[in-house]
Design a protein around this ligand. Structure first.
Ligand code: CA
Length: 235
């Protein structure tokens, strides 16, 4: 289900290398998507403003002429929170920042990439953001409403803070994966400020308490002794 703000199956490609853009567009089209291509960073926000049917997903190159990908990512997040964003980057060291609280991209793809990979990631991100946008009321479900920065347990808003939401989001996107406190810290703070590992523990504790208010019998955020935490919805 798409949110009213966007149109399903429509993807905006922002990429200044015409060959890459064409290849990606061809593959997307082959998978049933409609795409539009912009090559200059300055064109993106005016195009989105003017667009009567906004795309559901933006594939956004990091290095662009004019407004750069980071600025665009931040602007799109603020103005059209329901739009999913996948960053295209050759800079692996940027990845934590891209997915972190400040920029909040939904995923990233490192260049060089295969167009097949782009299609697979686009499908995965759209599946996730559609699922998040349509929480099943009454279902026994923990659902992220990424556009609204909310988490719903059985349709009940947990009332998370931005940091708690971000923690949960990071862990829920990789069920079963163990995150160290340090990795979680990187996702929590936009300014990479130094906080102690106890800060992470205290946020996780509050997050768990809020989940436990709805689900006292289930422990979905588990501590892994000596390592960190993971999201594990089932035994
Ligand atoms: Ca580029």
């Amino acid at each position: 289900m798409s949110t009213p703000d966007t149109v399903q199956d429509q993807i905006l490609i922002v990429e200044d290398e015409p060959k890459i853009a064409r290849l990606v567009a061809d593959y997307l089209q082959g998978s049933g998507f409609t795409s539009h291509h912009l090559a200059h960073g300055d064109a993106v926000l005016p195009w989105l403003e003017a667009c009567p049917t906004r795309p559901e997903l933006v594939l956004l190159d990091l290095m662009l002429p004019g407004t750069d990908g980071l600025t665009l990512c931040r602007e799109i997040r603020q103005r059209w929170p329901a739009m999913a964003i996948i960053m295209l980057t050759a800079r692996v060291e940027e990845v934590d920042r891209l997915l972190g609280l400040e920029l909040g991209a939904d995923d990233y793809i490192c260049k060089p990439f295969s167009p097949r990979e782009v299609v697979a990631r686009a499908k995965a991100v759209l599946r996730r953001s559609r699922a998040a946008a349509s929480p099943a009321p009454g279902g026994s479900d923990l659902v992220l409403d990424e556009a609204g920065w909310r988490a719903l347990a059985d349709g009940h808003d947990l009332g998370l803070t931005a940091v708690e939401f971000q923690l949960l989001k990071v862990m829920m996107h990789s069920p079963g994966r163990i995150f160290t406190r340090e990795q979680l810290m990187d996702h929590m703070y936009r300014d990479h400020r130094i906080v102690s590992e106890r800060t992470v523990d205290s946020h996780v504790k509050k997050l768990r308490r809020k989940i436990a208010e709805t689900w006292p019998e289930r422990e979905v955020i588990r501590s892994v002794y000596g390592v960190g935490y993971k999201y594990q919805p089932e035994e």
